[in-house]
Ligand binder design. Sequence first.
Ligand code: ATP
Ligand code: MG
Length: 388
Amino acid sequence: MHLSHLSLTDYRSYHRAELDLSPGPNVLVGSNGVGKTNVVEAIGYLATQESHRVSNDAPLVRFGATQAIIRGRVHRGERAVAVEIEINPGKSNRAAINRGAPQRAREALGLLRSVLFAPEDLSLVNGDPTVRRRFLDDLVVQLRPALGDARSDYDRVLRQRNALLKNARASRTWSDEHDHTLAVWDEHLSRAGARVLNGRLHVLQMLAVPLTESYAALAQGRKAAGFTYESTVPLAGGQHGTIPSEQELYEALLAELESRRKQERDRGVTLAGPHRDDLALTLGPAPAKGFASHGETWSMALGLKLASYRVLIADDADPDARPVLILDDVFAELDEGRRARLAALAADAEQLLVTAAVAGDIPGELAGPRIGVSLGEDGSMLDAEGAP
Ligand SMILES: Nc1ncnc2c1ncn2[C@@H]1O[C@H](COP(=O)(O)OP(=O)(O)OP(=O)(O)O)[C@@H](O)[C@H]1O
Ligand SMILES: [Mg+2]
């Protein structure tokens, strides 16, 4: 698939921006801070309804505005669809499809698929487990948009369950009423958690080989990239073998919560469930975190993103469904060999968006329209000639 037009209103630094894009490579060039990442972040948001830079929506809205709007024209084969997302921090986001009536933003998930790699993704390797869980869950939702509901249910129930544990701990009392309410939350948490976990385990199974292959293709080193899934739900740990069913995971999580009951009451937080799991990345025999060199960290993070791209392609064999591939600011960091290999790996994307501060960093293979990005006084985007 590809995006032929992007339009932004009060998104980040842009009061208004209109951008035509073509299939194949599109290169956004402009000096630091001019708004290149803002453009690709908006495209990522249109696809996943998540920013790769921030976990809440408020920073996405231009200073002084109350709402941001992202509109895109998405082409999939012969079909085109206009997708519009309204970002309303503190209130529900809304979506409009083909200029129809506003509806839940979720309804627009899956219409655009994209995989975005940015320098922030280095934290996939050296950051907190939260980053890796989010990577997995975003991929799960791109593959199975319906699981977005399981994830938001899980987060909601988790907050409520944690609030109960925290309040009971603070008041130093534990009543039958508490037991009763907790049993209700356990049930809900385990149901939603089992769906989230099952989705993650499927995605992990699909990721393993593409990760090793992408890493090997990029780094050409001797070490193999891999991972293990470290789960607080015993049944879900490891990565090989058959994937437990949702029912089995539900029972396992419920039992685990029960066995940690006393500990949870003492600490006032939920101790088992997908929110406490981690994806441990490995390079050869060693963990990547804390051991990988700077270059290896880049290749590992990039390898993970390219692997997720492969997973999305494998999931939907229709060539028209291929996600838009976005590489933000990566070429400046790579040596000549890695640049050329990355260009080759990215070449089969129907649409590729690349940003760079210095045009010369982009490999010659990625010849395509060069879009000069600069910002007018009023926050409108200017083209390479400085015209709105
Ligand atoms: N909510 C917002 N309202 C107004 N301006 C914002 C907002 N969020 C970010 N900005 C501005 O957007 C600019 C950053 O844009 P962006 O990250 O897209 O730059 P860039 O072109 O990718 O730069 P670099 O080459 O350094 O990566 C900054 O000047 C920042 O102050
Ligand atoms: Mg940038």
